[in-house]
Design a binder for this molecule. Structure first.
Ligand code: BES
Ligand code: ZN
Ligand code: ZN
Length: 498
């Protein structure tokens, strides 16, 4: 199903469409979020009263238009209370609109943007609606036989704005929302792809394809095992030793003319995490194809980076491997040397992400960027601390952390900062090596993982996002985040870069 959003300059009530969608505020008496008059107002009041419709957020009422407008049907979508209104309301409304359009097999709809307080610009409201619509329209259905037989239908939502003056700006915000959503869905597809297909080579092929499509604006280097060995990536290769699939180290770069800053994005790229020799129990392993969600987010950003065209140089770095207990697998007590020269003692083979990241971060630091941001489905402990919806933020630089928080607040992706305190440093000290990948303590696991990573960034401003929780949606509760990979991080990174 392909969905397209456009701005509408004509009168929404006098434009033909299958469906007209209007928002409704939840007040003592539900109030349509647009100045409706005459017969239309009377019809809607009657319909809402008959159905006991309150306008609570996400509530939907469908009624015939009875000739009051040119559209055949009218959808009322509850916006909740005015005081709770925000971009999130609009993202959810967008998703619900797209989903209902699909359910009703309609091909066109008009969405009348609600009239909101001056705190919100029309462009912002339109962008959030569009982002939600595109994200909510996503489905990973390539392996659903029946759905694949169906023909793809074109669907269109016209976003009606009151003042025609800013039509161009609205069009621009809608198309930028589309870029953010497409980049997110690119990441979702990669995460949802089964681990037997999405092997390290598959990620490398995606990177090569992105570079090829970019007409020279994105370049890529892919190192195989031999080349990684030459570069001293002993940490990364130790995790790869037990895997049947070949590991690949991927480095994407985007260097626009006149760029004054350099940012490195690093993604954890474990295409399947069995736990290694200290193998995970069955239930914990069930969703471990998600363990490359950090890498997927980096690839997602790069999939649209030319169109997003940030004015900074951006590097994307992924050490891709499986974590498997095959012959040659690394063992507890083993010691390896990372690219920056530090030695790592293996305390636990299931704490593999930080071992691969040791080399990714060392590599990133050598590029001497202004900032390094890594995204990693790193610890179950972060989920214990913050739950499934909130990512953990850790950083050695207050300003960078604040900038990321701002970018995340804008995208509605929830992150919360955890302290990288020196007091826990002893927990990552090795008995016989410089550092140890697991302390054995049950406490503070997200932070000790963060402290371990910090050893490899060479004091460059760096932020770590532990996305173990929000990278994956266990169920369909949020209308714009269907069960499976969520593409968490992509939208905030884009906001951060532009
Ligand atoms: N990939 C996991 C973390 C994870 C858990 C991601 C659940 C998403 C959902 C990571 O490699 C891991 O296994 N971490 C261990 C570390 C421990 C052995 C120190 C964990 O969190 O239990
Ligand atoms: Zn693990
Ligand atoms: Zn892992």
């Amino acid at each position: 199903m392909t969905l397209k959003l456009k701005a509408l300059k004509n009168n929404p009530f006098k434009t033909k469409a299958d469906i007209l969608i209007l928002g409704v505020w939840n007040e003592k008496k539900p109030r349509v979020a647009y100045n409706v008059k005459g017969q239309l107002a009377a019809l809607l009041t009657e319909e809402m009263e008959d159905a006991g419709f309150k306008g609570s957020e996400g509530e939907i009422l469908v009624c015939g238009s009875a000739g009051t407008v040119f559209a055949k049907k009218i959808f009322l979508i509850g916006l909740g209370e005015v005081k709770n209104f925000g971009a999130e309301t609009m993202r959810r409304t967008g998703a619900l609109s797209a989903k209902n359009l699909k359910m009703k097999k309609a091909s066109s709809a008009i969405y009348v943007l609600p009239e909101v307080s001056k705190n919100y610009q029309t462009t912002q409201v339109a962008a959030a609606f569009a982002e939600g619509a595109y994200l909510g329209n996503y489905k990973f259905s390539k392996y659903k036989s029946e759905e694949n037989k169906k023909q793809t239908r074109e669907q269109e939502i016209l976003v009606a704005v009151k003042s025609v003056a800013n039509l161009k700006q609205i069009e621009t915000s809608i198309s930028r929302a589309r870029l953010r959503a497409d980049a997110t869905c690119y990441a979702r597809d990669l995460v949802n792809e089964p681990a037997s297909i999405c092997v390290p080579k598959h990620l490398a092929e995606h990177a090569l394809e992105i570079a090829k499509e970019s007409k020279g604006k994105v370049s890529v280097k892919v190192f195989n095992r031999e080349e990684c060995k030459k570069r001293g990536m002993g940490a990364f290769l130790s995790v790869a030793a037990g895997a049947g699939e070949e590991p690949y180290f991927i480095h994407l770069s985007y260097k626009p003319k006149g760029a004054k800053k350099k940012i490195a994005l690093v993604g954890k790229g474990i295409t399947f995490d069995s736990g290694g020799l200290q193998i995970k129990p069955g239930e914990s392993m069930a969703t471990m194809k998600l363990d490359m969600a950090g890498a997927a987010a980096v690839l997602g950003v790069f999939s649209k980076i030319v169109e997003i065209s940030p004015k900074v140089e951006v590097h994307g770095i992924i050490a891709a491997t499986e974590n498997m207990p095959g012959p040659g697998a690394y063992k507890p007590g083993d010691i390896f040397r990372a690219m920056n020269g530090k030695t790592i003692e293996i305390g636990h083979t299931d704490a593999e992400g930080r071992v691969t990241l040791a080399d990714s971060l060392s590599y990133a630091a050598r590029l001497k960027p202004e900032a390094i941001i890594d995204l990693a489905t790193l610890t179950g402990a972060c989920m214990v601390a913050l739950g499934e919806e909130v990512g953990g933020l850790m950083s050695n630089n207050g300003l960078l952390a604040e900038k990321l928080k701002e970018a995340a607040a804008q995208s509605g992706e929830k992150i919360w900062e955890l302290p990288l305190i020196r007091e826990y440093h002893h927990l990552i000290r090795g008995a016989h090596a410089d550092v140890k990948n697991s302390s054995g303590s049950r406490y503070g696991g997200a932070i000790t993982a963060g402290l371990f990573l910090e050893e490899f960034v060479n004091n460059i401003p760096w932020a770590h996002l532990d996305i173990a929780g929000p990278a994956w949606a266990e169920r369909d509760t949020n209308p714009y985040m269907p069960l499976g990979g969520t593409g968490f991080g992509v939208r905030m990174l884009i906001n951060f870069l532009i």
